[in-house]
Design a protein around this ligand. Structure first.
Ligand code: FES
Ligand SMILES: [Fe+2]
Length: 418
């Protein structure tokens, strides 16, 4: 993580003052305070990151009872594991005795979780199975000391978690885009590759970069050559309409043209953001690859290519860009005020075999290179934003309206009661 000068004069009053001032600056990039303050980061964890639905895993990563992977967030670690009955749980990796991590590896298979400190033993559903010699404490009841749970939502093969016990369910929001997501058959898809890109930048700079394509023409030459989203809507409306008109017939998928936006300010429940729209690739391109030609067998129910791609949001920090032959999931995870993990997961059909049906380098080429380009511009953005003389400029209303929406929502969330 890149070190920046600390803000010695930071205070709760300054935070409130900055939020109010930023709300008066609608349409402008954020004051650097929001990218530099530890107090802001702590508030974000409390009000946003621990209260939003976050992508944690794909079911194929947990096929057997006892399989687990860890998801780290802030200073916390959450174990996503499958119990003997097949149910998936999200368990806080904090021993209920004196707080040691009960699970050390990032993934694996276990019958129980045994705390390395004094040996308390937890079942796969988090319940406390044994607590050595604790009969010495009168009235001690193991039932009171199971691992804490985060909320868990398994939807079409995707596992989401939420640390807030009182968070609204995610399913109703996801149901609003189900018909567009279902045809990819994600429960039976396979993770062909995943990669974490560590960026020396605040998570909001990384996210804002994802939310706008103003930079695509300048930063992403390969991407911009094939994806029409890099242009303003009225210039590509003919292309989009032609793609939407043929989409159902050519893909064989009903519901694929669904256009639905319930993210950030339009989200019906906090942290349960969803959107879907289908946008066109330029003529001659069928998928997101070098040259736009197919790189894997068709996903799920797809029977052909329409020259379109499905653009999804799944929770505040997760997105998918789904082509007929592969899906690309994008997740942002904050790692402190100046560090963010951008993770990409590439999905292919469950029965596709590497070497026979797809080539990993060809499959990942476009988004790997596009993300390296993003990493380059985001770190430059971070350096400029953190410099002493930075003064925020206006967002472009035609290209950067989602950033404006995000910032409005963010300020509201930051100022909401804890
Ligand atoms: S801290 Fe886990 S058994 Fe003591
Ligand atoms: Fe980009």
């Amino acid at each position: 993580m890149k070190q920046i000068a600390t803000m010695l004069d930071d205070s709760p009053a300054l935070l409130e003052e900055k939020i109010a001032a930023q709300q008066q600056q609608a349409g402008y990039a954020m004051d650097p305070y929001f990218y530099r303050s530890q107090r802001v980061y702590e508030r974000e964890l409390e009000r946003i990151l621990y209260r939003g639905w976050l992508y944690a895993a794909h079911v194929s990563q947990l096929p057997e009872p006892g399989d687990y992977i860890q998801f780290e967030l802030g200073e916390d670690a959450i174990i996503i594991c499958r119990d003997e009955a097949g149910e998936i749980h999200a368990l806080m990796n904090i021993c209920r005795h004196r707080g040691a991590r009960v699970c050390q590896e990032q993934h694996g298979n276990r019958k129980t979780f045994v705390c390395p400190y004094h040996g308390w033993v937890y079942e796969l559903d988090g319940s406390l199975k044994a607590a050595r010699a604790m009969e010495a404490l009168e009235g001690f009841d193991r039932a009171d000391y199971g691992l804490k749970h985060a909320r868990c939502c398994v939807y079409q093969g995707l596992v989401f978690i939420n640390c807030a016990a009182d968070a609204a369910d995610f399913e109703p929001a996801l149901d609003t885009i189900a018909e567009a997501l279902r045809p990819y058959d994600l429960p039976n898809a396979k993770v062909a590759h995943s990669q974490v890109y560590q960026v020396d930048a605040n998570w909001k700079l990384a996210l804002e970069n994802y939310l706008e394509c103003y930079h695509c023409a300048t930063a992403h030459r390969a991407y911009a050559k094939m994806h029409s989203i890099q242009d303003v809507e009225d210039r590509i409306s003919d292309l989009t309409e032609a793609m939407l008109a043929r989409a159902v017939a050519q893909t064989g998928v009903n519901g694929i043209t669904l256009n639905h936006y319930q993210a950030y300010s339009a989200s019906t429940e906090f942290g349960a953001d969803v959107y879907h729209s289908r946008y066109a690739l330029y003529d001659g391109f069928l998928t997101g690859s070098d040259g736009g030609q197919p790189v894997a067998p068709l996903m799920g129910q797809f029977t052909g290519y329409d020259g379109g791609a499905g653009d999804f949001q799944l929770g505040p920090l997760c997105f998918m860009l789904n082509y007929p032959d592969h899906c690309v999931l994008y997740r942002f995870t904050p790692r402190g005020i100046t560090a963010t993990d951008m993770e990409i997961v590439w999905f292919v059909r469950g029965d596709a075999e590497e070497g026979r049906d797809y080539d990993r380098d060809a499959l990942t080429w476009l988004w790997h290179h596009t993300t390296l380009e993003d990493e380059f511009i985001i770190t430059r953005n971070s350096a400029g934003v953190n410099s002493h003389f930075f003064e925020p400029g206006p967002y472009n209303p035609a290209y950067e309206h989602l950033c404006v929406d995000f910032v409005n929502w963010y300020l509201q969330a930051l100022s909401s009661p804890g």
